[in-house]
Design a protein around this ligand. Structure first.
Ligand code: PLP
Length: 262
């Protein structure tokens, strides 16, 4: 059963209390943490309710589901366009569709995917403007918990990967726009914490991610926009905020349990 609008409003209030408390504890402003509403496995009506409650950003795992809900550009209550984040692993043959529907992809973990996305975005119209292609925000997923079931760059290879990316990007302007990937904006890193039921178990993953992100942000160049840390979910968002998360991806605490049988 999906939540009613009133139920969702209550869940949002409880979640916002958690977020505010964590921000206070970490001496951070509420505005420094973006809430991405993870609507996967929930119907379009749940998205409508979320928008009515002020949601701006949605996360979807699967490209096809993202297309169903976000192919037509939605507007938030303040009139700004709703942002679609693809947060699940994307197969090579789905990258084009992902680039079309998404404003940001959080789950990139190979040079092949980067190269393919650049080609695809160069040829895409963006909000009706075909002239210069679409500029897409991407984050690299790191398997910081070193769990076999999770995708992402291995901890041991993540730094090498980013160094190689910098080399492949070529010359860069002050805004981080590179010669070889002019349609991609490298925004930062994403990870999924350890799903042990104890949020503290994720802290080391989040610290690792922050250290890596800070190291590359400080290099500038193609990493001029590398200021985002996508980490923290329903179970571990407080720890993620304490460790510097700029985007928490929350599903269950907002929409309730997912029905995977559908
Ligand atoms: C499903 C999912 C989430 C949301 O998880 P909840 O525990 O329901 O908040 C966040 N990130 C990713 C990558 C997911 O797949």
């Amino acid at each position: 059963m999906e939540f009613t609008l009133d139920e969702m409003r209550e869940h949002l209030a409880a979640l916002e209390a958690r977020i505010s408390e964590a921000c206070k504890k970490a001496n951070r402003s509420r505005e420094s943490v973006k809430l991405v509403w993870v609507s996967k496995f929930h119907p379009a009506e749940a998205v409508e309710n979320a928008i009515a409650l002020g949601a701006h950003d949605f996360g979807e795992n699967r490209v096809q589901e993202a297309e169903l809900k976000f192919s037509v550009r939605r507007r938030a209550v303040d009139g700004s366009p709703v942002m679609c984040h693809v947060i699940g692993p994307v197969q090579s043959n789905k990258l084009k569709k992902a680039a079309i529907v998404a404003d940001c992809i959080h789950s990139i973990a190979s040079m092949e995917a980067v190269e393919k996305l650049e080609k695809v975005c160069a040829a895409l119209p963006y909000d009706g403007n075909v002239a210069d292609g679409k500029i897409l925000d991407i984050l690299f997923q790191v398997n910081a918990g070193e769990e076999e079931t999770k995708s992402g760059l291995d901890v041991a290879n993540a730094e090498k990967f980013l160094i190689n990316l910098e080399a492949c990007a070529g010359a860069c302007d002050n805004d981080g726009r590179s010669e070889n990937f002019p349609h991609l904006r490298f925004r930062g890193l994403m990870t999924i914490g350890k799903n042990t039921g104890n949020a503290e178990d994720s802290r080391d993953c989040f610290v690792f991610l922050r250290n890596l992100q800070q190291k590359f942000l400080s290099k500038g160049g193609v990493f001029a926009n590398f200021d985002q840390l996508s980490m923290g979910m329903t179970g571990d968002l407080e720890v993620a905020i304490e460790e510097g998360s700029t985007m928490i991806r929350v599903g269950t605490a907002l929409f309730g349990e997912r029905d995977y049988s559908k």
